[in-house]
Structure formats: structure tokens, C-alpha cells
Write a protein that binds this ligand. Structure first.
Ligand SMILES: *Cc1c(COP(=O)(O)O)cnc(C)c1O
Length: 360
């Protein structure tokens, strides 16, 4: 028996049919593909952080409750005591915990599309049915009647709504979100990965809906390498999810580094403000080019070349040393689209210059 034969016999066919999440090699390139904060910490702060790390005892398991970090997150986000906070190794792990806890009944995961691909991928890993409901073409608004119909038909265990949405960058209308929450028999998770860049957040909706949880992450704030995401909501839900959380899911270094970063949150806030200002500058300059530029409340812009081929523009940018995300083929509504993460001013200038050349 070869390993191949054993794999064919024992590994689930739906897993064998998948391809692993592709992460392109970005070495040597200006990296504008993954919604990372382009700024690092100032030198003095790095030294203070290194001193803290030096004092950590990595021979011991982490604090399973991550009490210090949880407290810093509570303070930073002004989370009321009546809600619980559950930490994950990135929000990706929280999406997995939700599938572990709510999957198995035959009821699945439902989300507007195009949106964050992990909702579908993790549903598949966990054997949960997945239902995508197209957003309104061009505006990318929630198609409320279609969402409500799909919810009534499928009775999903979990509905995800990313607000602002990735990869479209828009905020969904608040009243539409609330009507979808009311229509859902199961849990609704509003994913606020980009809330630091947005004009509206939804924590206060928790008081009005007993089937709502809010998911956030430190990734887009400038700490993607630490892998810290969190879920906020009523203890009744989070006490159950806590049971499927691996006891030491957030490691010692991440707990300490994230707590330290939040204690110095003015640095992150200043970086975020710079990204928002650059977003406006970049959107303005791009709107002068033969491109459709969608309004964004996140740290990226979705664009569509009017006459050039997005695949060729993507390749041309790469030749010019700039990595962006090509979304052509990811969803019909994204045909010929590119997603540009906001970088530092000089990186954005390089992007504008290369685009002007390619779209001439
Ligand atoms: C980037 C992103 C996340 C992030 O995940 P982490 O695992 O916390 O890095 C979650 N949701 C959306 C919509 C995202 O775009």
C-alpha cells in the first residue's frame, strides 16, 4: 500500500478536492495585497517591547484565560462588563470554533458574497453546508430580500456579515443588517475586522439582539503577525464556545506583545489615522484614472480597470515590484477587479505611478 492509496482511502473526499489557501511570495515586493498595516513600531517602543519579551517564561504554558490581554481589549474597545470576550488565534480560529460548536445539525453557514473566503472554507472543513447570497451588483449593498429568503429557506446555524466588507470595502446599511439579524433563527456574527478604519461600529446592537455576536481582530490594526482575534457577546453564547476553545490557543508571546501594543494604543491609532488619510488621497488620485474606484471604509480600495485586463495589470504591477490582489475569477461580481491595500505614502506613490503607466 502506498501513502497515496491510504490517503485516497482515509482522507475525506471533500478535503482531497480542496486546494490549500494560496499565499504568494512577496519577497522584494511592495506588499499591498493582504490588508496589513504598513507601519512598524517606533524604535523606542520596540526596545521597551523587547525588554518585556526578555522577561517572559516560555517554559510555562500561557495564561489559559489571557486575563491581561482580555482586560486591555476590554478597555481599548470600551466593552461593557455584561458582555464576555473570547480570544482566538486570529479570527480565523474563532470562525472554526463557531463551526465546531454549531455544526453537526445539518444547518449550515450563510453569508453575502463576495465576502471573506474563510466563512466558506471553514464551513467546508467542518462539513457544514454553505450558502452564499450575492450582494447587489455594483453597489455591493446587502440584498435584503434575497438574504431573508435564503435564511428562511436554509435556516442557517450561522450568518456572517463582514462590516465593512472584504473585498468590497463598503459598510452595509445598519437597518438592513438589523432586519437580517431579526430574520435569522440562529446566530449572526457581525465581523468587524476593519472597524478601526470605519465610520460606524455595531457593539451596541448586542443589547437589541440575543442572536448576535461581534467579531474583531488586532490583525488589520497592525498586529497581523501576532494572530489575535476576539468575539464579544452574551455569556450564554460565549460560555458554550469556550468549551471548544483549545486551552492555550493564544501563546505567551502574542498575549504579552498584544497587551503591550494596546497599552501603547496611541501609536496604533496614529497609524490608523495615517492609513485613512492615505486612503482618501489614493482614492482621489485613482478616480482620475480609467478605473472604477469603489468607496471604502476599510484599509484597501476595490478598483476595476475600465478597458485594461485586470490580470495583465496585476502582472504589470508585479513586474514593477508591487504586489496587489487580483480578484478576477473569485466571484462574478468581482470580474476584472483588483484590491489595493493602502500602504505608506511612498508605496502608494509607486503604485499610482505604475498604474498610470499600465493604464495609458
Ligand atoms: C482579514 C480578515 C479577518 C481576519 O482575520 P485574522 O484571522 O484575525 O487575521 C477576518 N474577517 C475579515 C472580513 C477579514 O478581512
Amino acid at each position: 500500500m502506498s501513502a497515496k492509496n491510504r490517503v485516497a482511502r482515509w482522507v475525506r473526499p471533500d478535503i482531497r478536492g480542496l486546494t490549500a489557501y494560496p499565499v504568494p511570495d512577496a519577497s522584494g515586493l511592495i506588499k499591498l495585497d493582504a490588508m496589513e498595516n504598513p507601519w512598524v513600531w517606533p524604535e523606542g517602543l520596540r526596545d521597551a517591547w523587547a525588554a518585556q519579551v526578555r522577561a517572559l517564561d516560555v517554559n510555562r504554558y500561557p495564561d489559559p484565560q489571557a486575563r491581561t490581554l482580555t482586560q486591555r481589549i476590554r478597555e481599548h474597545d470600551a466593552i461593557p462588563d455584561r458582555y464576555r470576550v473570547l480570544l482566538g488565534n486570529g479570527s480565523d480560529e474563532i470562525i472554526q470554533m463557531l463551526a465546531l460548536a454549531l455544526g453537526g445539525s445539518g444547518h449550515g453557514v450563510l453569508a453575502p458574497e463576495p465576502s471573506f473566503v474563510m466563512y466558506r472554507m471553514i464551513a467546508t472543513f467542518c462539513g457544514m453546508p454553505y450558502h452564499g447570497v450575492p450582494l447587489c451588483a455594483e453597489s455591493f449593498a446587502l440584498d435584503e430580500p434575497a438574504m431573508v429568503r435564503a435564511i428562511e429557506e436554509h435556516e442557517p446555524a450561522i450568518v456572517y456579515i463582514a462590516v465593512p466588507n472584504n473585498p468590497t470595502g463598503n459598510l452595509m446599511a445598519g437597518d438592513a443588517i438589523e432586519r437580517v439579524i431579526r430574520a435569522a433563527p440562529g446566530l449572526v456574527v457581525v465581523d468587524e475586522a476593519y472597524t478601526a478604519f470605519a465610520s460606524r461600529a455595531h457593539l451596541e446592537l448586542l443589547d437589541r439582539h440575543d442572536n448576535l455576536l461581534i467579531m474583531r481582530t488586532l490583525s488589520k490594526l497592525g498586529l497581523a503577525g501576532l494572530r489575535v482575534g476576539y468575539l464579544v457577546g452574551a455569556p450564554a453564547w460565549l460560555d458554550e464556545l469556550e468549551k471548544v476553545r483549545l486551552p492555550y490557543n493564544v501563546n505567551v508571546l502574542s498575549q504579552a506583545a498584544a497587551a503591550f501594543a494596546l497599552e501603547n494604543h496611541s501609536v496604533l491609532a496614529e497609524q490608523t489615522a495615517r492609513i485613512v488619510a492615505e486612503r482618501a488621497r489614493l482614492a482621489g488620485a485613482l478616480s482620475e484614472m480609467p478605473l472604477t474606484v469603489w468607496p471604502s471604509e476599510a484599509n484597501f480600495l476595490l478598483v476595476r480597470p475600465e478597458s485594461a485586463d485586470a490580470l495583465q495589470v496585476h502582472a504589470g504591477l508585479r513586474d514593477a515590484g508591487i504586489l496587489v490582489k487580483c480578484l478576477h475569477g473569485a466571484h462574478p461580481l468581482l470580474s476584472n477587479c483588483l484590491r489595493l491595500t493602502i500602504g505608506k505614502p511612498a508605496e502608494n506613490d509607486a503604485l499610482l505611478e505604475a498604474l498610470a503607466e499600465l493604464l495609458r
